[in-house]
Design a protein. Structure first.
Length: 453
């Protein structure tokens, strides 16, 4: 019978993945409780189970004291009684002896059953929690076990996962016993055991599917820098590789699109845009707005991460996307707030800004587009002082007497000579010469001839 007991422990270890030592320890504590319940709670006993043959022994422990110091004979023993067992005992020692009753097997089976079952359940729950908490953020393959309203319960092996309606993809419908891949979003420990929350709409599902399909992502050659998803409609994923010889986009697409097509099939036809990640904000924003063509990217504020993208007029709707989906996903992937403007709108905005600037200049009193700086006004008093210091206007009599006599005479001589020449009559010869030099005209010549006659 005891050998069958050990075989049952080994079978539980294989099925429930619970250590045999843990099970034996649990059963020993349960048997101690059963013994105290039936034979007195004051007894100091312990139960030992042989892991090889399954023999069960109940050992009582008593402390050896002097006879006059005995207070409780259930846990204490006099030195004389101890010497009857072994004369080597002394005061202060402890003695253990077997007290296993004959019908203890039946009592133990009835009392320990519930404790053992409960302990096995707790150990199993703890192991399930420890297993799935380390797998958080991974994908597993499960089977639809049952449905409760819109919530589906997925069998994922040792646990039952919960796929709520909010984490399901619109348009997807699964039947009971149908297999599907799910993303482990969260694991919580509750009184009813660990609860594993699953998702089909999380962006991590797409990321993990690409890791399964693309070996370059698994070994780290290609990195997924950003991913944004609107489940059931479109996903944008930015990839990057430090190896110049590796094309990250081509690695994810695969030969003739085989790799990306496998992911699309698992997601029931969801569109996936794979773009190249760049550390340059202008290039990154132009890439994430694919499939639209971007003419220019203007960075408004680097700290706030705001930018404006200029696109051709005929691609404005393509850049924005249906109900703003394309620009919304682009903003999530890049981390920038993106404003989309067509080429015409941008030119109109520039013209309006220029007109407003000119109006401000006119209101401020400046000349047209190029205002000239006005010369600083000099007070009249300061200006007169400067003139006074540089050019004195009055000269005193003393200064005139002290001035040299030669310079005034030289200056006055030409004026006196001119006056004398004007007063004296000119000689005929002199007049002829002067007239011939100054005015060689015919009229002048006739006048000279008349005078000679």
């Amino acid at each position: 019978m005891n050998r069958e007991f050990i075989e049952a422990m080994e079978q539980l270890e294989k099925e429930k993945h619970i250590s045999k030592d843990v099970l034996l320890e649990t059963i020993e504590s349960a048997l101690v409780s059963a013994y105290k319940k039936n034979y007195g709670t004051a007894q100091n006993v312990r139960v030992v189970i042989d892991p090889d043959d399954g023999e069960i022994a109940v050992l009582m422990r008593k402390d050896i004291v002097a006879e006059e110091d005995i207070e409780d004979d259930m846990i204490q023993m006099s030195l004389e009684e101890a010497h009857e067992i072994d004369p080597r005992y002394e005061i202060g020692d402890a003695i253990e002896f077997a007290v296993t009753p004959r019908d203890f097997g039946r009592i133990a089976a009835q009392t320990a059953k519930q404790v053992v079952v409960q302990r096995i359940r707790e150990a199993e729950r703890g192991m399930v929690y420890d297993d799935f908490i380390t797998r958080q953020g991974e994908i597993v393959t499960g089977t639809v076990q049952r449905k409760s309203g819109e919530t589906m319960f997925i069998n994922i092996g040792r646990a039952e996962g919960i796929l709520s309606a909010n984490e399901q993809v619109p348009g997807e419908h699964f039947k009971v016993h149908q297999r599907l891949k799910v993303y482990i979003m969260d694991v919580k420990k509750t009184t009813k055991g660990p609860q594993v929350f699953l998702s089909r709409s999380h962006p991590g599902l797409v990321k993990m599917l690409f890791e399964l399909e693309v070996p370059e992502i698994q070994d780290g050659t290609v990195e997924i820098r950003g991913i944004a998803r609107e489940a059931g409609s479109r996903t944008k994923m930015a990839v990057y590789s430090e190896d110049e010889n590796v094309d990250p986009v081509g690695a994810c697409v695969g030969t003739r699109g085989s790799r990306v097509q496998s992911v699309v099939d698992e997601l029931n036809g969801e569109k996936i845009d794979i773009i190249f990640w760049s550390d340059s904000p202008e290039e990154l924003i132009a890439n994430v707005l694919s499939p639209a063509t971007v003419e220019e990217v203007i960075i408004e504020d680097e700290e706030e991460k705001t930018a404006t993208a200029i696109v051709p007029d005929y691609q404005l709707s393509l850049a924005i996307g249906k109900q703003g989906q394309n620009v919304r996903l682009a903003a999530k992937v890049s981390g920038w707030k993106i404003d989309i403007m067509s080429h015409t709108q941008y030119e109109e905005a520039l013209a309006a800004a220029e007109a407003e600037y000119e109006e401000d200049l006119e209101e401020a009193g400046y000349d047209e587009e190029f205002p000239q700086e006005e010369s600083p006004e000099v007070p009249a008093a300061d200006y007169e002082e400067e003139l006074t210091e540089e050019e004195p206007t009055e000269i005193s009599e003393d200064e005139e007497s002290e001035a040299p006599d030669e310079e005034p005479e030289d200056i006055a001589e030409p004026a006196e000579e001119e006056a004398e020449d004007a007063a004296e009559p000119e000689e005929p010869g002199d007049a002829e010469d002067a007239a011939a030099v100054e005015e060689p005209d015919e009229e002048v010549g006739e006048t000279v001839e008349q005078k000679e006659e």
